[in-house]
Design a binder for this molecule. Structure first.
Ligand code: URA
Length: 357
């Protein structure tokens, strides 16, 4: 059997890894039979030499099946959706969008991430709410989706455990901005959620992992291709990340700004992202006839307070004490924590025809 050293050498020398070899590497990562320094060396070899699409597909599938792949009641067919961002500064879209989608009748089992490189992590933001528990088992996720409609959780020992290990080591080894590694990390998590539809917010600009539009477009294509291969109806939006989203940066400040948004007082750029990405997902599930109807429906859920009720119910279901979750008076977002970004969302709806669930 090939040793891990052989696999690292092969990728270091720019050769293509066979499916079996990628499986061996991911099994070793998952079963912790490989040293962190070896994993770091392999990550750096992949960062430097890249991977061909076939290797990316295998890496994604192996990471997805390193843990449980969730299954849902058949009445939810077509309704299980999610969005994922490649990482931004002040990006609190998930905190508003997941409950807004739940208020529109979708099921959102969001497996999210921590901060990577300079970009903020949704999980870190949620953990600034006292009691919020990002560690939920597959059975608990099913229960929360049944009662609330959305949850936001982290990778665990049983849910995409390979991504949990690789994610941290990529951050520690400066190997975050790699097309194959980002693709496999994001799409493996979404594949484990057994989604009907997935929308990806791919950032470009000064504060994004990829600075220029062309590389972001290439990443979007890779993500959409991998998502569709896994049977999820997948689309991507390219959005500009030259300035902070909204006005606040910092975990608890971003939670406060999200609450303001859920009370109908959110900044325009954040609302534009939320309504566009959410509207797109509603269109992909077939529950609205076009994007503008989808955007309107999401906006109504936010402005009318239905999304806030879902957010409060999600907090309670994930461990936040009732009196903390029931936010009575407005927690005002501090002024001037960042400049208001002028957002440009470019929709790149790609290859919607797929083997979706
Ligand atoms: N989000 C992820 O989950 N993984 C990445 O690699 C980048 C953003």
């Amino acid at each position: 059997m090939t040793s891990v050293q052989d696999l690292i050498r092969k990728k270091r020398d720019g050769k293509m890894l066979a499916n079996e070899e990628i499986k061996t590497f991911i099994d070793a990562v998952t079963n912790k039979t490989i040293q962190d320094c070896q994993t770091g060396a392999m990550l750096m070899a992949i960062w430097q030499k890249g991977m061909v699409p076939e290797e990316v597909e295998t890496l994604t599938r192996e990471m997805m099946s390193s843990g449980e792949v969730m299954s849902w009641p058949k009445e939810w067919a077509g309704l299980v959706v999610d969005k994922h961002s490649t990482g931004g500064v002040g990006d609190k879209v998930s905190l508003v969008l997941a409950p807004a989608l739940a208020a529109c009748g979708c099921k959102v089992p969001m497996i999210s991430g921590r901060g990577l490189a300079h970009t903020g992590g949704t999980l870190d933001k949620l953990e600034s709410i006292p009691g919020f528990n990002i560690h939920q088992s597959a059975a608990q996720i099913l229960e929360i989706l049944g009662s609330v409609g959305c949850c936001i959780v982290g990778q665990t020992e049983t849910l995409v455990p390979a991504d949990r290990v690789l994610y941290d080591l990529r951050d520690a080894t400066s190997t975050v901005d790699s097309l194959p590694l980002i693709t496999a990390s994001i799409v493996s998590k979404k594949g484990a959620e057994s989604l009907s539809a997935l929308v990806l917010d791919v950032k470009f600009g000064r504060a994004a992992l990829y600075k220029d539009l062309d590389s972001a477009r290439e990443l979007a294509q890779s993500l959409v291709h991998a998502g569709n291969l896994l049977g999820m109806r997948t689309a991507a939006a390219l959005s500009c990340m030259d300035a902070v989203i909204g006005r606040c940066v910092g975990n608890s400040l971003e939670v406060m700004e999200s609450l303001e948004t859920l009370k109908g007082r959110g900044p325009e750029d954040l609302m534009e992202l939320v309504t566009t990405l959410g509207g797109l997902l509603l269109q992909m599930t077939g529950s609205v006839s076009d994007l503008s109807e989808g955007r309107r429906k999401i906006s109504d859920a936010v402005i009318g307070g239905a999304a806030l009720s879902k957010f409060q119910a999600m907090m309670e279901a994930q461990g936040v004490a009732n009196e903390t979750a029931r936010v009575k008076e407005s927690a005002k977002a501090p002024p001037g924590c960042g400049c208001i970004s002028r957002l440009r969302v470019r929709l790149q709806i790609r290859s919607l025809a797929c083997r979706g669930r």
